[in-house]
Design a protein around this ligand. Structure first.
Ligand SMILES: Cc1ncc(COP(=O)(O)O)c(C=O)c1O
Length: 388
């Protein structure tokens, strides 16, 4: 067995004997010969699904899926047109009318909106947590699916996945973990006992702020038929060009993400000493209440590439910093080469219920910095001038 770093580059196992190319081509074809005129039968992909139409199965998409499955130590994976397409297809496939879904209160806002929408189809939605104990208290028999994020957004709370997986197993629930913020390099939810690990590939996996995509890695003993059928019916598959870029992104994930984590750590320490900053939320800081848990759960002494902080002077000062950054761009999202600063009340947390926002501490003074690959000293200088 080779390491994940080698799998990230070679895990698709592509080789074209005709040309000798080991780079996966971009198969833009929407259709494939069906049946194969040489054999009279349908061509099958490596996992046995018919290869005839790109809404169902596409060789470039398949190459990315194979690499992601290896990085996630999963039996298989499926790629989607966005992170939300992955979440929506997973919920559509896993839930039935009368089921109960439990979500962390600090799940990505749109995931919460989607789960709350399911009420109209007879699915009961419960919001709990956001910390491990609060979630465990609500994971009871009768709950069929639990959705959490490895590190919450925007306040970067960390949950104990092994404990949650144990609680889910006892209650007979499936655990679906959004691993976007930590990537398979810091965390492997399936190895910790989760049913599935979902990604906004838009973020670190593709990594350049030029792809919208999603993925779901699964531990189904290799049988992803039910989810594959849901994806086929909903039409939520990733496009081949996005898959091509995501495959390239995955091959450089280690070097990009490690650099982003190191810069984020350095920026968190810088912000913690900044006179215009009242608090910093980053699990890599030794005084973070999540530091010990993150140190135990995350590999490599790394704590992610996002830092949130509260600015003295509230909304006015926070929005002024957002206007004044130069190297850093004011924009939502994370995981790309450009550093992005966002005001959560106007982006990811905008549609959350105000009472939950208040309970979680997502206030008017909060900014979230997604660290890119620029020189960290240039980023510090940019923050210094923006906060002046
Ligand atoms: C943690 C998390 N999960 C899922 C999503 C949704 O992903 P996408 O924007 O690719 O649909 C996002 C988007 O920001 C996210 O931050």
């Amino acid at each position: 067995m080779v390491s994940s770093d080698t799998e990230a580059i070679h895990g698709h196992e592509f080789y074209d004997a005709g040309t000798g190319s080991f780079k996966v081509p971009l198969y833009l074809s929407s259709v494939f010969e069906h049946p194969d005129r040489r054999t009279g039968k349908a061509r099958l992909s490596d996992r046995g699904f018919e290869l005839k139409y790109s809404r169902e199965e596409n060789p470039t998409v398949r190459a990315f899926e194979r690499v992601l499955a290896k990085l996630e130590h999963a039996s298989d994976s499926l790629a989607f047109s966005s992170g939300m397409a992955a979440v929506a297809t997973a919920l559509f496939s896993a839930l039935r009318s009368g089921d109960t879904i439990l979500l962390s209160k600090e799940c990505y806002g749109t995931t919460q909106e989607l789960a709350l929408d399911l009420r109209r189809y007879g699915v009961k939605t419960v919001l709990a947590g956001p910390d491990t104990d609060g979630l465990l208290a609500e994971i009871r028999p009768g709950v069929s699916l639990v959705v959490v994020e490895t590190m919450s957004n925007p306040l970067l709370r960390v949950v104990d996945l092994k404990e949650l997986a144990r609680g889910c197993a006892e209650a007979g629930a499936r655990l679906l973990v959004d691993n976007t913020f930590t990537t398979p390099l810091l965390c492997n939810p399936i190895a910790d006992g989760a049913w599935g690990s979902v990604h906004s590939v838009t973020k670190y996996l593709a990594g350049h702020n030029d792809v919208v995509g999603g993925a779901l890695a699964l531990d189904e003993g290799g049988d992803v038929t039910e989810l594959w059928d849901s994806r086929r019916r909903l039409g939520t598959i990733m496009g081949p060009f996005e898959a091509y870029l995501s495959l390239r992104g995955a091959s450089t994930l280690r070097v990009r993400f490690e650099a982003q984590c190191r810069s984020a750590q350095s920026l968190a320490e810088y912000l913690a000493d900044h006179p215009r900053v009242s608090s910093v939320h980053y699990p890599g800081l030794p005084d973070s209440e999540y530091h010990a848990l993150a140190a135990r759960l995350f590999t490599g002494g790394l704590y992610g590439g996002v830092v949130s902080f509260k600015v003295k002077g509230g909304r006015e000062r926070a929005l002024s910093a957002l206007k004044r950054v130069k190297v850093i761009k004011p924009s939502p999202s994370l995981g790309g080469v450009e550093s992005l600063l966002t005001y959560p009340l106007l982006s990811g947390s905008k549609n959350m219920s105000p009472s939950i926002r208040e309970e979680l501490g997502i206030g008017e003074d909060l900014l979230r910095l997604a660290v890119g690959l620029e020189d960290v000293e240039d980023l510090k200088a940019d923050i210094a001038q923006a906060l002046k």
